[in-house]
Design a protein around this ligand. Structure first.
Ligand SMILES: Nc1nc2c(c(=O)[nH]1)N[C@H]1C(S)=C(S)[C@@H](COP(=O)(O)OP(=O)(O)OC[C@H]3O[C@@H](n4cnc5c(=O)[nH]c(N)nc54)[C@H](O)[C@@H]3O)O[C@H]1N2
Ligand SMILES: Nc1nc2c(c(=O)[nH]1)N[C@H]1C(S)=C(S)[C@@H](COP(=O)(O)OP(=O)(O)OC[C@H]3O[C@@H](n4cnc5c(=O)[nH]c(N)nc54)[C@H](O)[C@@H]3O)O[C@H]1N2
Ligand SMILES: [Mo]
Length: 741
């Protein structure tokens, strides 16, 4: 095979060339107007020396079931049959002695694109076939919003996001003022779960500029929005204060839409008492907000007036809820939009996650899904996903979550596939202590990631380029046949085959496979998809295989989608799914929980770590955004090989750099009480003074209690739930100090 072939990935479609069984080059997919460079690292990653070659078992576990050696022990390579026998026997033992409630299969992570070989679906189906597992709720991406927003809008957050928000075309046609809290990040729009084929953000922002739309990036970094946008620098974690300041202007200058608030909202009066300071003695005036968020009072007044006098669309990045008390900016953005009264008008109101992934803003007709059925989980227990280390630390310990009093399960065995907790979790040194609790950790991974290195049994998994699959995302208008481009590397097997081998040994082989091979499953799922695709004329699988990809005519540019269109016209006839049927500015339900970290209406609640609480030891706020050159920690094996690529680059403002004698290129130590990492300085005035940015994605090194050589920001982040309401990930709330090394 020497021809170029198309494949799909979370970072979009690309073409790959294969010579003598090796992927040697990639090039952009021709129909992509602004392709990403992420695929360039794929060939080196696929054939990298850090691929897991054979099933590997940690020596200390194999000889004595010892746990403390995770991360330092060597591994013993075993033949597949022997390794599967050992793993199946261990799963069987844990099941018999402690029950399936002792198995954690939350296994968070993005894994790779492709509908059948989706690692999460595979591990969940396997664990269900053997009696179930402790699952997880929500995501690191939007876990906080997934808990708070249904209380406010009465709809599942992801349904709102994907099916009811205005598309770029509607925004382009109608919006006059675009206020982007946390920006609309072009680097993040490079990826989308399941794939994004035509990268459009840049094109749309060009059109917005041409028509004179005012575009305001509100946040700590200029680069969070496309070039040419206005930048309103704001301290991380302070958006709620700024939004309250804007709301105060609307209320006191009589710019609030009182008709909309009265007809469509619940509890504005109660919130108003707080806004004006009648309930707590503190007026949330522009002066008050300015002292907290750093925006001049005059700029707050001017922005509020502009928002009220033009068609205004507010977007909120997911990053704002990935911080302590992240519920508040999300809820408050909805209240601000309600006060402006434009919800349900085209190009008006509020939307979430534009730019976070490339699929948000693309509007598609819904076509049936193509998902491997996961079966039923008889163990009815799930933890909020970002509380995994708390769970390991405190078996049986109590916690509160969205109005419920729960206890953590007692986990003895972990199965992880398609995620890298030593990349994604906060306070990695503390995670590493908690990681010593379970008796056995089984990880499926293509590469020797930080997590694989800290497992007991590592099964080498194929990458998507080594197996056939179907590529499809509900946010995209393409369909791909993803060919097996190269043979499985080393002795790697598909997750499906790994779990089929384990299920068979545990007496559940037929339940897991239903007698189908991987190829038969793909054909089965694809035929189901075809049958459910209505009037879409889809080729049979052989024809799709032959043509490799096709564009689906499912764009719905400009079609009205908003949940609020009919609602605003007649809220009695089209009530929302909230208890009141309206947008809840005050929530009786949340109020009844009695949480002081998430009261009954949006409230300014400062995080424990932000610039307002800076200390001499940790005076700088570190944000840890997604990396621009890859997806999370994926492809890191190849990217880290580039000269000077590690440690990771940290952005710092010239004033903060000068105060510390730091120049671009200097090697740094970034540190706080939780740990320290190395980083490479880039001095720039594109970041607010007092803030530093260190992207995620570097593999956690082998610090042995010392400095992480690669620059993983999660050594420094705080592992605490956003609040008792949502228990989401608080990665963006962290104070650090930076010194020259
Ligand atoms: N400080 C900080 N931390 C964060 C964030 C932040 O903003 N700041 N963001 C958070 C967010 S939103 C997210 S989504 C997480 C992301 O965290 P993760 O989703 O855990 O990160 P990935 O690197 O995508 O991990 C996927 C893993 O699956 C492996 N993999 C890929 N394909 C396959 C496959 O087919 N089979 C198997 N078995 N394995 C496969 C990859 O090699 C990789 O190791 O990080 C979170 N962590
Ligand atoms: N290239 C690439 N793209 C990705 C990913 C990737 O790994 N690589 N990951 C994908 C995933 S899983 C997700 S969830 C999305 C995440 O999408 P987002 O959550 O939107 O992205 P982040 O990169 O975490 O943060 C974006 C910016 O928010 C700003 N910010 C941080 N805290 C605050 C705050 O309190 N207030 C304000 N106003 N701004 C703040 C920071 O300057 C940061 O650069 O990205 C997706 N896109
Ligand atoms: Mo995410």
């Amino acid at each position: 095979m020497t021809d170029w072939q198309v494949t799909s990935s979370h970072w979009g479609a690309f073409e790959a060339r294969v010579e003598d069984g090796r992927m040697v080059a990639t090039r952009p997919f021709a129909a992509d107007p602004s392709p990403t460079r992420i695929p360039e690292a794929v060939p080196a990653a696929v054939h990298h020396r850090l691929r897991v070659a054979r099933p590997s078992v940690r020596r200390g576990w194999l000889t004595s079931r010892e746990r403390a050696g995770r991360g330092s022990d060597e591994f013993v390579e075993l033949p597949w049959d022997e390794a599967l026998d050992i793993a199946a026997a261990e799963i069987g033992r844990v099941r018999a002695e402690h029950g399936n409630e002792a198995i954690y299969g939350g296994s968070y992570g993005w894994s790779s694109a492709g509908r059948f070989h989706h690692a999460q679906s595979q591990v969940h189906r396997f664990l269900n076939s053997i009696g179930g597992y402790v699952a997880s709720f929500g995501s690191y991406s939007t876990g906080c919003a997934q808990s708070i927003m249904p209380h406010v809008f009465g709809i599942d957050f992801l349904s709102f996001l994907y099916s009811h928000q205005d598309g770029w075309k509607t925004i382009c046609d109608h919006t006059e003022t675009l206020v982007m809290f946390g920006g609309v990040n072009q680097k993040n729009a490079q990826v989308s779960m399941g794939g994004v084929t035509e990268h459009e953000t840049e094109g749309w922002f060009g059109r917005f500029a041409d028509k004179g739309m005012v575009r305001v990036n509100v946040g700590p970094q200029r680069g969070d929005a496309p070039e040419g946008c206005d930048w309103l620098p704001v301290r991380p974690g302070s958006d709620t204060a700024l939004m309250l300041g804007l709301a105060y202007v609307l209320e006191t200058e009589d710019l609030a839409d009182r008709d909309f608030l009265a007809r469509c909202c619940e509890g504005y009066e109660r919130f108003r008492l707080y806004l004006l300071g009648e309930s707590d003695g503190v007026a949330k005036s522009p002066d008050w907000a300015s002292a907290l968020c750093g925006v001049a009072p005059g700029a707050i007044v001017a922005l509020a007036r502009r928002m009220a006098s033009t068609r205004c669309f507010i977007t909120v990045a997911w990053s704002l809820q990935r911080g302590e008390r992240g519920e508040q900016p999300y809820w408050m953005s909805a209240v601000l939009a309600a006060m402006l009264g434009q919800m349900g008008l085209p190009g008006g109101g509020v939307g979430y996650g534009y730019g976070a992934i490339g699929g948000v803003g693309k509007t598609m007709r819904a076509v049936g899904g193509m998902t491997l059925p996961q079966g039923i989980n008889p163990v009815r227990r799930a933890i909020p996903v970002a509380r995994v280390a708390d769970m390991l630390r405190q078996p049986g310990g109590p916690y509160q979550f969205n109005g419920r009093n729960e206890t953590y399960p007692d986990i003895r065995l972990i199965c992880w596939a398609g995620g890298n907790p030593y990349h994604h979790h906060q306070d990695l040194n503390a995670l590493h202590e908690a990681w010593k609790t379970p008796e056995t950790i089984i990880v499926n991974e293509p590469w020797w990631t930080a997590t694989a290195k800290r497992a007991d049994i590592v099964f080498p998994a194929t990458t998507p380029y080594e197996r056939e699959d179907i590529g499809r995302s509900s946010m995209d208008d393409y369909l791909f046949h993803m060919p097996a481009l190269v043979p499985p590397q080393g002795e790697a097997r598909d997750d499906y085959d790994i779990y089929a081998g384990l299920a068979e040994r545990l007496g559940a082989g037929a339940d897991f496979t239903e007698g189908r091979s991987a190829a038969e499953w793909i054909a089965h799922l694809y035929e189901g998809f075809r049958a459910g695709a209505g009037d879409l004329d889809l080729p049979d699988l052989d024809s799709l295989r032959a043509r490799n990809w096709m564009r689906l005519p499912i764009r719905e540019d400009g079609a009205p989608r908003s949940l609020f269109r009919q609602f605003r016209a007649d809220p009695e006839a089209h009530p929302l799914g909230t208890p009141s049927g309206r947008i809840e500015i005050f929530s009786q339900t949340i109020d009844s929980f009695g949480y002081d970290d998430c009261p009954g209406h949006p409230t300014w609640l400062p995080p424990a770590e932000w610039l307002g609480a800076a200390t001499a030891e940790a005076p700088l706020h570190m944000v840890s955004p997604q990396p621009g050159d890859k997806l999370h920690s994926q492809l890191e094996a190849a990217l880290a090989d580039a000269p000077g690529a590690r440690p990771e680059t940290l952005l710092i403002h010239p004033e903060d750099a000068a105060a510390r004698g730091i120049a671009t290129g200097d090697l740094l130590r970034v540190h706080n009480a939780r740990g320290s990492v190395r980083a490479r300085a880039r001095v720039t005035d594109d970041i607010l003074s007092g803030v530093v940015a260190l992207p995620t994605g570097a593999w956690y090194g082998d610090p042995g209690g010392q400095i992480d050589p690669n620059g993983n920001p999660n050594v420094l982040t705080r592992d605490v739930g956003t609040s008792r309401l949502a228990q989401g990930c608080s990665a963006h709330s962290a104070l650090v100090e930076v010194s020259r090394l």
